[in-house]
Ligand binder design. Sequence first.
Ligand code: ARG
Length: 301
Amino acid sequence: MNADPITTAQQWNDRPPRPVPLEAPVTGALLCPPDYFDVIDVRNAHMEGQIGTIDQELAWNQWLGLADAIESVGLSVHLLESHEQLVDAVFTANPSLVINDGEGIPRAIIGRMSHSNRRPESSLHRQALEKIGLPCQEIADQVEGCWEGNGDTLRHPGRALIWCGVGSRSDIDCHLEVGRMLDLEVAVLQLPDPDFYHLDTALTLLDEKRAAYVPTAFDETGRALLETAFDRLIEVDDQEARDVLAGNLWCPDGKHVLMSAGAPVTQSRLNSEGFQVVEIETGEFLKSGGSVFCMRQEIRA
Ligand code: ARG
């Protein structure tokens, strides 16, 4: 594995990441019930003006809809215990990353949250993932910075590579360390637009050759790198991406795409590519800056 990250299209062409032919499939999702879900401060651009506006009953119904949708595509739902004060614990994408390593074997890395009131979520993830049977590792203490798990780190299906977002939540040193721990190359994308503060709000890896992305979320270098790395890039409609986080998609099996309701343009582009789209109402969670992908951590076995 090369220790230098891939940041440009040229570097991709010079050393395209090696294939990983056999990988553990996604079997389920870790979700946290929204018992204490709330917006109590502003941690991202989507939360502006939303303090105290959560309709708890509606949030519960939407969360149940997400759990049903996950089961409807044949995956099992695992639960993380909810705790008072952990208002964002429902966004299970962030405090960990369950991922196939360079050998295609599933492991978990525990996240380092940037907001102090999300930090207790990390040890809860560790407990829940170990119970499921996933070996968990922490980033070494001497590596400084934050790292928000699957929110900013996406594994390229079929290749020994992670796509890593660097913006307000995750630091490059942590991404590089995670790449070393997993024996995976690191491709770095800068996130300059506050609407797309986690990589998972702007990029979804659909299969080895295809991804969906929000072009305006990236700088020119990032866009060029993505255009080189994928045979086919499906554009998420810009307005839908900003309004309902239409770029926060989850494709657990290369066939189904679970996504926010209210994004007909993006949905029909995915349909034309042959994906089966499952729409999920997530309006209450959008007020906190999260949707489908943010609300689940994948489980692999
Ligand atoms: N309110 C949460 C935060 O700001 C939302 C997290 C959304 N998660 C994601 N993976 N994009 O931390």
